[in-house]
Write a protein that binds this ligand. Structure first.
Ligand SMILES: NC(=O)c1ccc[n+]([C@@H]2O[C@H](COP(=O)([O-])OP(=O)(O)OC[C@H]3O[C@@H](n4cnc5c(N)ncnc54)[C@H](OP(=O)(O)O)[C@@H]3O)[C@@H](O)[C@H]2O)c1
Length: 250
């Protein structure tokens, strides 16, 4: 059993490579964790790995972002096992090939549900909890794909744009209560979500993203692009006039 000198952090979707790296970064900084995911076998494996590597307490909670009863009760179940919670990281997400979504309404719904609707349902509960507590932090992983709609990825991009706007409003609401909200916008990261995709460039490692998220929380940042240079790439992409942009094959 570890000596717990730091407050507990909740990481949702810890079977994601980025979320797992973020959980590792917080554990390495001495934070006990509550980790949550839908694959219970992998969840237990990851929890054991973190306990052994970093010597912190790790509790597990299962949820599926497509099952409302599990998302609506998630915050309370995390508090039940973890006690006082310092912050939550929403690390799960869903993306499949855009063409699949164009022909399958179920995929459009899954994308919006996981990345936006149920993420917001979950975070409203954490927001109310942190508001009562008068402290806390929320991290949401959006994406550079939400900064401008492109023909190759606009269903996923729309869900992430919605999530980024949601986080912005939440930050505005919670600022006076001492609760910080960080929106993370990664570019391409080497995970199973991007495995085998054509045209990837400037690909970051999940570990680098996890470390960057920890530092951004410690510094009280609002929005970060990861790696940083994506802020400038997106600045250029957003500046392209629509009459030109709509003719491009992006
Ligand atoms: N990789 C990139 O280039 C990139 C870029 C920008 C933003 N992001 C965002 O970063 C976050 C982490 O993604 P990643 O790259 O680390 O991908 P990943 O390794 O494929 O992880 C995706 C995670 O989401 C979970 N998930 C999907 N649907 C779920 C559901 N209905 N209920 C519960 N969990 C669900 C998956 O669970 P299972 O393991 O059970 O499938 C998995 O843990 C996502 O929000 C993603 O959109 C990624």
């Amino acid at each position: 059993m570890s000596t717990q000198i730091r407050p507990t952090v909740v990481v949702l979707g810890v079977t994601s490579a980025i979320a797992r790296a973020t959980a590792n970064a917080f554990a390495d900084a001495g934070h006990p964790l509550v980790v949550a995911a839908r694959d219970e076998t992998e969840l237990d494996r990851i929890a054991s790995d973190i306990r052994i590597r970093y010597g912190v307490d790790v509790h597990t909670v299962s949820f599926d972002a497509t099952i409302q009863t599990t998302t609506e009760s998630l915050c309370e179940r995390c508090i039940d096992v973890g006690g006082k919670i310092a912050g939550v990281v929403v690390g799960f997400g869903f993306m499949v090939d855009q063409s699949t979504g164009q022909s399958d309404p179920g995929v459009v719904r899954l994308t919006m549900d996981a990345n936006l609707t149920e993420s917001a349902v979950i975070l409203e509960r954490f927001a109310a909890h942190f508001e009562d507590q008068g402290a806390g932090f929320i991290v949401g992983i959006a994406s550079v794909a939400g900064d401008r709609g492109r023909q190759s990825n606009y269903i996923y991009g729309a869900s992430k744009a919605g999530f980024a706007t949601y986080l912005q409003g939440l930050r505005n609401r919670l600022h006076k209560q001492g609760v910080r909200v960080l929106a993370v916008k990664p570019g391409f990261v080497d995970t199973k979500m991007t495995w085998g995709l054509p045209g990837l460039f400037l690909v970051a490692t999940p570990d680098a993203v996890g470390q960057t998220i920890l530092r951004a929380v410690q510094r009280g940042k609002d929005t970060i692009y990861v790696p940083w240079f994506w802020r400038y790439i997106l600045l250029i992409i957003r500046a392209i006039p629509e009459r030109i942009f709509k003719r491009l094959s992006l």
